[in-house]
Design a protein around this ligand. Structure first.
Ligand code: LLP
Length: 398
């Protein structure tokens, strides 16, 4: 990929996504479940660019959404409603209503009160809501605590006994149809055994439900497959899929999974230009035009993103920092790069997931432009945000 040419054509900071690589990641995961009914619901939150969603829809993916906004994005991009699922720990009445009106595949219910709300709203609409229940299997995903979700101390889902109670209630309701069972224990999981452990626990529950004539058709194992940022182990998709199949022990269901990072993480880069270098005594800083508002992960999770320089030279230690007025505004700390000057280009790797989608206008900085590369050609898929864009919702109230 010619990063220099792209930076000159579209300016920086710039997100670039390799759509062909995305297709190969999707296809690899889909074929790991070969010969079984499966639905890969791409987790929109990882990267919700409309053109990227359209690309996923063209590949045949379904979508895992956590707000009505994400559902509308997916539908606008060409998603089939019966391949859309709605997860999330707090859904408003308006969101539940619109999701039901759109006839999506199912709502992943995260608590008893939410089940009551969904039932009430479905009744009002004279509909039967297709639901699944998010079970919290109390399994440690062994990942960063901010992105771990499968322990009882986390806010997500319900314990097994509560889930059973909810399924029985749903079975006896005229306005609820329990068709799925769901868990998601965390993100960036590189020890796949924890997902398999959760699958085994939830599979036992599913068998018990079947015995109670609750006909679960979808076994949703969530997302969370980790990727390589630095020196992590590459997840073996064959072991992942085989582990899930073994956990099912022959139960005839459609396997749903909700990968976000696995599909897009390694397929995106953030290109940034050097503004200048500065030294505070012996400490070397490289100040670049991308900041924590563009890529929050290093600041928020101390996440590692490899940064490469397009220029060679003798290397020394430096921090890569943005122009934002916070000491936490860094993209990398203590990495080795050659001496750099204004307009030199740095490439921040593996930024396709939770990069642009977590970006903001902090410090009144316009969000970056986004470009797709497909079949050897590049195209803009989101233009750079202007000052006018940023103030659009305020200026009429002056
Ligand atoms: N399904 C559910 C219910 C989720 O909550 C998530 C992510 C996914 C699927 C997709 O997970 P993935 O396959 O991408 O791991 N901002 C953090 C990640 C937060 C993940 C939140 N939930 C980061 O930058 O690392």
């Amino acid at each position: 990929m010619d990063y220099l040419q792209l930076s000159q054509k579209y300016q920086t900071p710039l997100y670039v996504y390799d759509f062909d690589y995305i297709a190969s990641r999707y296809n690899a995961l889909k074929s790991a479940f070969n010969a079984r009914k499966s639905l890969i619901c791409y987790a929109v939150k990882a990267n919700s660019n409309l053109s990227l969603l359209r690309h996923m829809a063209t590949l045949g993916a379904g979508f895992d959404c956590v707000s009505i906004g994400e559902i509308k994005r997916a539908l606008l991009a060409g998603a089939k409603p019966y391949q859309v699922i709605f997860s999330g720990v707090g859904k408003s009445d308006a969101e539940i209503k619109e999701a039901l009106q759109n006839e999506i595949l199912m709502i992943n219910v995260e608590g008893e009160s939410e089940l009551d709300r969904v039932e009430m709203i479905a009744k009002m609409l004279v509909k039967k809501a297709r639901i699944s229940i998010r079970v919290n299997p109390d399994v440690d995903a062994k990942t960063h605590p901010y992105i771990s979700t499968g322990l009882n101390k986390n806010k997500f889902g319900v314990d097994i006994n509560t889930a059973k109670k909810m399924y029985l209630k749903a079975k006896n309701s005229n306005h609820l149809e329990p068709i799925g069972i769901h868990f998601h224990i965390g993100s960036q999981i590189t020890e796949i055994s924890s997902i398999i452990e959760a699958a085994n626990i939830v599979s036992v529950l599913m068998r018990e439900l079947k015995a109670l004539e609750i006909d679960i058709k979808f076994f949703d194992v969530g997302g969370g497959i980790g990727i390589v940022y630095k020196d992590e182990n590459e997840v073996n998709l064959y072991e992942y899929a085989q582990g899930i199949l073994a956990a099912l022990g022959g139960q005839d269901v459609t396997i749903v999974c909700e990968p976000g990072r696995y599909i897009v993480g390694n397929c995106g880069t953030l290109i940034t230009s050097v503004l200048y270098e500065k030294f505070n005594k012996d400490k070397r800083f490289v100040v670049v035009d991308a900041a924590m508002n563009d890529l929050l992960r290093p600041s928020l999770y101390e996440a590692h993103h490899e940064i490469i320089s397009l220029k060679d030279g003798e290397k020394s230690n430096c921090d890569i920092v943005g122009p934002i007025c916070e000491s936490g505004d860094f993209l990398a700390k203590d990495i080795k790069l050659p001496r750099l000057q204004n307009s030199d280009i740095l490439v921040v790797k593996s930024a396709g997931a939770y990069g642009f989608s977590m970006s903001s206008n902090y410090n009144t900085r316009g969000r970056a432009a986004e470009v797709a590369i497909q079949n050897g050609t590049d195209r803009l898929i989101r233009r750079r945000e202007s000052f006018e864009d940023i103030i659009a919702l305020e200026k009429d109230y002056l």
